[in-house]
Design a protein around this ligand. Sequence first.
Ligand code: NAP
Length: 521
Amino acid sequence: MISAQSSYVPRLLPLRLPRVCLVVTGTDPAEMVDKAEALARDNPFLEFRLDYLPRPALALVKVKRFLEMHPYVTTIATCRRVANGGKFRGSVASQLDLLAKASNAGCHLLDVELQTAAKCKPAQLQRLRTRAALILSFHDYRATRKLEETLKTMVAHRADFYKIVTTATTLSDNVAMMKFLETHSDKYSLIGLCMGEPGIISRILGVRAGSVFTFAAVSPGEETAPGQVTAQELRSVYRIEQVDAATRVYGVAGDPVSHSLSPVIMNTALRRENVNGVYLALHAKTLKDLLTCVREIPIHGLSITMPYKEAILKHLDNTDSHSTKIGSCNTVVRAQDGKLYGFNTDTAGVVRPLEQRLPLEKAKVLVLGAGGAARAAVFGLKERGADVWILNRTVGPAKKLARQARARSIKRADLKKLTFDVIINATPVGMGNTRESPLNENEINARYVFDMVYDPAETRLMKMAKEKGAQVIPGIEMFVHQAARQFEIWTGKPAPWDEMLRVVTIALQDRAAAKNESRKK
Ligand code: NAP
């Protein structure tokens, strides 16, 4: 335990602080401290957000008792003023008074905003440091800018830690934050990260760039800053405790990406196969931003999703034959020489589940749709010797694809006359609901029906197909197979297919349950 009086508290603290500090809030002191009680065993580093309480001073007796009972827990006391992004409505003097009392109660670190420091006398700040370490903090809720200037202003005040939290509006903002941390963390004990959805990179990789620690939410819905991740996610999905200089960075890039299941499935695979890597959701609002980030971070592998699957092609140094034929790329590898290579694993996503069930040579397959996923299916199936028919809402793209792939396009009216071995839905019809289907019941004449849509887990098309006696292949299988192929390309290891399917199935079930729950409310 740290001796509260010692002047070496501040010097030693950075050496013993865990990487993750959980931010504890509450509507009253009992709720806040009860939460801390529940967290203490597995989380030795907590921040009490006293400003969330209507009367923060009333919490200090309970905080003191909590710290006496849990001497191994290190705590930050924060009472951020409204003007600086917090909830405390009191004056600077009352804020400082409260923090002094928090240190008397045993809190080891006190967070004071730069704006507060600018308003008080140096002696007032230094008095706070007699019993606890001082974190001087600055929050920019709009952008990531002027990091150097901000630090210069901050270090004019003597503190033990300097915390700069900005807002990422681009992925490149993370690069700026991490370069800043790398440059200055030798000289100062820094805490740095970017808020906002694009800031996830800095939340995970900031600690290896030099941030002493990072912040986490206790649970979903308890975030105290935009883009904040839960401690559970930081530890078990992103394995933040293991991130080091050798950790390879992967990610799914698109706009939007917040609902992607790829981080869950890929981080599971990396952990299971003992690959020192982390996979992040990269919300890229422009391709230029994404490419800058890939080079600067550097990022070792990317899953590319909407809307960049086609546009990325011309920025790659080379592509495999599938990507070239299909005209879209969903997988990028950054080689050691920095060159970017593109692959399309959607073909594997379609072909592998089918090959496990039937021979594809001469199989009669109907593909619904003529977009990117349909193109991957058609070229992949033709390569395996299947006879392929294409039906699309708009005739032109179907005809064009049929010509390019030496397949046939058909009209919907002709469907009733034909039977197929496989029907594949490569349109978004049926996504997010159980009402819509791309085909009517009397048009489903096939042994197998493969729906690329994977949310909901059972679509209307799949339900009708089952009722007609067809075997169904859920879109989740395509999702797992294309991800497994990406994993193999990036790591050279066989993908843990079963485990990937298991976690993504659970994630979809959880999502459906959450949707039902919110419908009930
Ligand atoms: P895309 O390039 O936008 O193509 C969409 C295709 O669907 C087009 O041919 C479009 O026809 C057709 N379409 C769109 N809305 C329609 C409607 N209301 N009725 C009939 N046809 C309609 O999209 P994509 O990338 O190919 O993706 C297609 C679907 O496959 C999506 O649901 C996607 O989520 C799914 N997918 C799943 C996986 C997986 O891993 N399971 C992988 C990739 C894609 P027009 O030419 O007439 O516009």
